[in-house]
Design a binder for this molecule. Structure first.
Ligand code: GAP
Length: 556
């Protein structure tokens, strides 16, 4: 049986869908979905999920008070964004920036585990998009650049958000220009005006000699400004791409939902350049996904599950390059353990498109606070290169070897991902409360896990500890590996399960006699024995997903 529960957490109200199932003599209950913070929205979501004809009344909602909460939260893999923020702080993934001073809205610090996971995630993105392809190279541009770049790109004139005040809740939020009409004649709202979200700064310490400049609001622009140099240096041929990762800054009107909307964040972007006369030469991978085209949004038809190939054949997706890049980016998330059922693609309706875009699709993820943009695929045409040619007076045409003609290539697709949003996706999909173990198991893909292995002596004894240290020194040449000798073995496992450490290595009496170790796998708690001489190789295969755990040693 499914029902709605309401929990009070630090004064806030949170709604969950809970299910009770009879197992023999016992009835077991667990939270199966987070329904948000708004009662009416929670009731609507619940009704849709259980396909009920009868309406849910307020009296049907079961209230859980604070003292029952800790167990409730524990029994759930479906947690709210506030609970995720609390978990990230407790374990040392992410803190409010400068927390001892009360933090600063929209700014976050990555702690010991978070900083490691950030490096791993960015590395995996770089490997997949740069190292493993012949047609994409990477650069690392400056955060502050010549302000003309932002005049040429249109950001100074056209990068505008509108702030709206909800008079009842006193909450301010941002809307795009095309959405203003919705609020203009509504007495419950007040339009507070237009704001350019670029942070400004002065370059040069002497005020009268200094130049007003901007912290970059997207990493993309230096790819365009440096395009000709990079194309020549790397001897690129069309079609080809240039990738970049790094900080971006936007003075958001209302930073919210933990890392989802920050003022300082990182982007991982690719500008993919083509001759528009050339067809995409790549095969569209066999991907089926929920598709929500602009047409479906206008007719309120609802999203439809389709193969990308079929969407292309039926012109729901018009450009083969778009279908190719959507599949490519979706598969990156899935290859690193994201839940495929939480993704959909949504096309921007015409009024919503950015000033530079001809067509845009978003890869959306179902966060606990709704379907939201995770990654954008904009068709920027030759807008940016043409603008930079105009503003700089430099020739940015390149030779298309196939036709022998000099052209301004088109950016047919710009896969643009925010690191913080990707981090949230992997954390939400990894978070799992294991009722048997009575602790959280953070089921991160080993490639993303901050700590790859923890080494324990079964008891504190010189003989065991010396072996641990030898192994530690060797494994640390390749990975972030920790040594943990405090507390019971069970406590050490629990601590590492919560940190997402995929493998725990124990040294015991048999290790001394047989020169081997026990490896325990985080998600199954299964254990194998492996000779110390083979350990590094076995770990490498396990982390890279090249071998099954059970086939990597002697099961114990
Ligand atoms: N160069 C294109 C561009 O910047 P965008 O849709 O404005 O397009 C791309 O941003 C991605 O950057 C978004 O899909 C999102 O993942 C991330 N992003 C944008 N604003 C963000 C913010 N305030 N906080 C965190 N991530 C953000």
């Amino acid at each position: 049986m499914a029902y709605i529960i309401k929990k009070k957490i630090n004064g806030g109200e949170y709604y969950y869908m809970r299910e009770s199932v009879r197992e023999g003599e016992k009835v077991k209950s667990k939270n199966v979905a987070y329904l948000g913070k708004n009662k009416e929205e929670a009731k609507r979501k619940f009704e849709n999920m259980v396909n009920k004809k009868t309406k849910i009344e307020d009296k049907d909602i079961i209230k859980y008070e604070q003292n029952e909460l800790s167990n409730e939260v524990k029994n759930s893999s479906a947690i709210s964004v506030e609970e995720m923020a609390a978990f990230c702080k407790r374990k040392g993934f992410v803190y409010p920036s400068g927390e001892i001073y009360g933090g600063l809205s929209g700014f976050w610090d990555f702690g010991v585990l978070g900083a490691e996971m950030k490096k791993n995630l960015k590395n995996e993105w770089w490997k997949y998009h740069v190292y493993q392809r012949d047609d994409i190279v990477g650069i690392d541009g400056a955060i502050i650049t010549n302000p003309k770049v932002w005049e040429a790109s249109g950001h100074v004139a056209s990068f505008v958000d509108v702030a709206v005040l909800n008079k009842k809740t006193k909450e301010k939020f941002k809307v795009d220009k095309h959405e203003v009409k919705k609020y203009e004649n509504n007495p419950n709202y007040e339009i507070k005006g237009e704001f350019n979200p670029m942070f400004t700064t002065q370059v040069g310490p002497v005020v009268e000699d200094s130049v007003k400049s901007y912290l970059r609001p997207e990493t993309a622009q230096l790819i365009f400004a440096d395009f000709k140099l990079v194309f020549d240096n790397a001897r690129l041929k069309l079609p080809c791409g240039i990738a970049q990762q790094g900080k971006a800054f936007r003075n958001e009107i209302a930073p919210r939902d933990f890392l989802f909307r920050c003022r300082e964040f990182e982007q991982m972007e690719i500008e993919y350049f083509v001759n528009p006369e050339d067809e995409c030469p790549y095969k569209i991978p066999d991907v089926e996904i929920m598709i929500y085209s602009s047409e479906m949004q206008k007719t309120e038809e609802g999203a439809k599950k389709m193969k990308l190939k079929e969407a292309l054949e039926t012109h729901v997706i018009k450009n083969k390059w778009h279908a190719y890049w959507i599949a490519n980016e979706y598969l990156w998330f899935i290859s690193l353990g994201a839940n495929k059922d939480k993704f959909r693609i949504r096309q921007h309706v015409s009024e919503e498109k950015a000033h530079y875009s001809q067509d845009t699709w978003d890869l959306e993820y179902e966060f606990p606070f709704g379907w939201k943009e995770l990654l954008g695929f904009a068709d920027r045409g030759n807008f940016d290169l043409s603008q930079h040619e105009k503003f700089s007076g430099k020739d940015l045409h390149v030779l298309d070897e196939k036709t022998g003609k000099k052209i301004i290539p088109q950016v047919v697709c710009e896969p643009s991902l925010g690191f913080e949003r990707a981090f949230l996706v992997f954390m939400f999909d990894a978070y799992f409360y294991d009722e048997k173990r009575q602790n959280v198991t953070l089921r991160l893909n080993p490639k993303l896990a901050p700590v790859k292995a923890a080494i324990f002596p079964i008891i504190k004894k010189d003989e065991y500890e010396n072996i641990c240290h030898e192994i530690l020194v060797d494994l640390r040449k390749e990975w972030n590996v920790i040594y943990d000798k405090s507390g019971s073995i069970g406590r050490r496992y629990a601590r590492n399960d919560e940190a997402g450490t995929p493998y725990c290595i124990t040294i015991d009496e048999d290790s001394v006699k047989q020169v081997d170790v026990t490896i325990r796998e985080r998600d199954t708690a299964k254990q194998i024995r492996v000779k110390i001489k083979d350990l590094k190789n076995v770990l490498r295969q396990l982390i890279n997903g090249e071998k099954e755990f059970e086939n990597s040693g002697k099961l114990v």
